[in-house]
Design a binder for this molecule. Sequence first.
Ligand code: C2E
Ligand code: CA
Ligand code: CA
Length: 649
Amino acid sequence: MRINISYDICAATLMLVLLIIHMAKKKTSILQNVMFFVFTLMALITTVFSLMCSVTAMQSTDLNLKILINFGYIFFHNLRAFSFALYVITIMEASLKNMSFKLRAAVVMPIILSVFATLIMIKSSDYWNAFINFREGYFEYIIYIVSAYYLAFGVFFATFNKELANRDFRIAIYLYLIFIVGANIMQYSMPIIPTVGNSDVTFIPIENFGAALCSILIFSTIQKSEEFIDSLTGLFNEDSFSRMFLINSKAKKSFSVIIVYVEDIKMLIQAFGIDKINSIRKDVADFLETIAPKNAFCLSMSTFAVILDDLNDKDLKQYIQKIEDEFEKKWGEENYGIYISARILDIKIPRDVDSLELVYNYIDYLKGLDNSKKWIISAKDVSLKDTKRRIAVENAIKRAIENDSFTVFYQPIYSIDENKIVSAEALVRLTDDELGYISPAEFIPISEQNGTILKIGEIVFDKVCSFMAKNNLNKKGIEYIEINLSVVQCMQESLAVDFLKIMKKYGIENCRVNLEITETAAAYSPKMLIKNMKSLFENGVCFSLDDFGTGYSNINSLMNLPLDMIKFDKSMIDMATNHDKGKIILGSSIAMVKRMDLKIVAEGVETREQMEMFAAMGIDYLQGYYFSKPVCEEDFLKYIKNFKGIEGV
Ligand code: C2E
Ligand code: CA
Ligand code: CA
């Protein structure tokens, strides 16, 4: 019999190349990658034995050598099938360790039995005398039974564990089945079937070539590691992090995660340009890779993570210290380097968290911290109650935007001179189905951080204009409505244009709107703020400075802003009510503001005494519960209709 070995040579070459590429490639140290290696290696060894079988069958008469090589072939062929099953199991983030005893037995028993069966047969020299040539007889049956068994196992396991096996993976497994079965059918349906003793026929073993194609298929689908790498930093990406986390926690391993959050990345990009910041991110990545090879991850522009095996607190501290030290230095080239600050958080699993979601909650927590401090914290010292609430509020905001369920309340503002209500402050209200009433003091800062304030600001502005137009507020004595502007809105380039457009839409005179800005807005983004303010001011819109007296009120820095009014914060009002010194401060503040020819609104006026005192001190407008709480549109209309002035003023 002649045997055509060219397919086996091709198969062996392909597998060898595949193994080299696989080894050279950057990959995580998860079991799946190890099992892919083992599985392909088994396939390669099987192919080499198949080649040796063919050569000895044609060229050698040494029976012992043939027996040995045939045994090797059968043994590794079975191992190949076995490692395929193991690979399927590991891919699905399962492992033999946490499988039931029955399932474990189902995986391991066949391979053990097959080894015994082969050994017993090999001992029977009768058998060998009958089949001295090539891989024939009962041996073949063992191979087929074992292979079919493990193939079926893999296919069933993938099919019936749908939550573990994604679609791509299942398709790859089914294709594997088709390839292998197809190769076998081809091998035996070739026109020339080998018969013992007939040396003229040619047999073409093709199965290993099929197996090589399968490995390539799996390599280019399931094992495609590019999908797990962040192309810019070269670190593993977020998907990879999630997967690694899940695999470790499924295996009930104890491990640590260190999160490194780079502060102000957006600002850094604005200041230094994206290229420079990306090159620094790459440096950070390289550094993390050196302290935790193959276990460093890039989760986003600003967030990196390191997964470490279970460490004691001392070692963990050392790791953190190393990272901290590195961030004390400049990043980037010697002369043009910049300092960047990072917040570092360590999480121990399972001590601190039991789910990936919680890890992300901690990351959110880290992001929400204050820039002015140096943050190196342990998850064990942090309560996530705040973060959970924050996420719930974020979702409520999203829902309210989608369902247009924000409302606007109005709080009357009283003019002492005219003894009547001349304006009102618009205050946004959010009542969520799940969380109930949420105070703007809570959700406005959150919406400023996640950017939804831009949408909210627009919604409020639109609603106020619509309300003014519909009810002809001007005719009812309301000269203007005050609307709060957030810092983030002031930084928006299109702010002025957007607002002017909305006022035009409702036919509202621009002077009917008074925008409240805070000092932080002025300090944060002076250029854009001034540009926006100027353009609105030139179109007739007025401005108030809100919350005066809360910050480090430096009125001089606000001199070049086109302001009409200053709103004294409730805390200042309360101080003046309760302390003599507070009254002195209030008095001199009033004098200063008056000298600048600006009007004053006192916020949070709750009693008649306060009202009388502020009237005597020369304050122009009063706002507070003494007059009315913020109320809905309807109640506000009723209020101004019924307001007959304050007696004795
Ligand atoms: P703010 O601009 O200082 O608004 C005044 C706050 O004081 C309002 O709280 C109001 O209900 C409350 N207040 C008024 N009179 C009294 C009083 O006599 N006693 C007491 N104890 N409180 C009084 P609110 O409505 O909870 O708003 C909180 C903050 O949320 C506002 O502070 C403002 O900074 C922000 N905010 C509200 N609506 C908007 C909005 O539409 N846009 C933006 N950007 N911020 C808003
Ligand atoms: Ca305000
Ligand atoms: Ca205020």
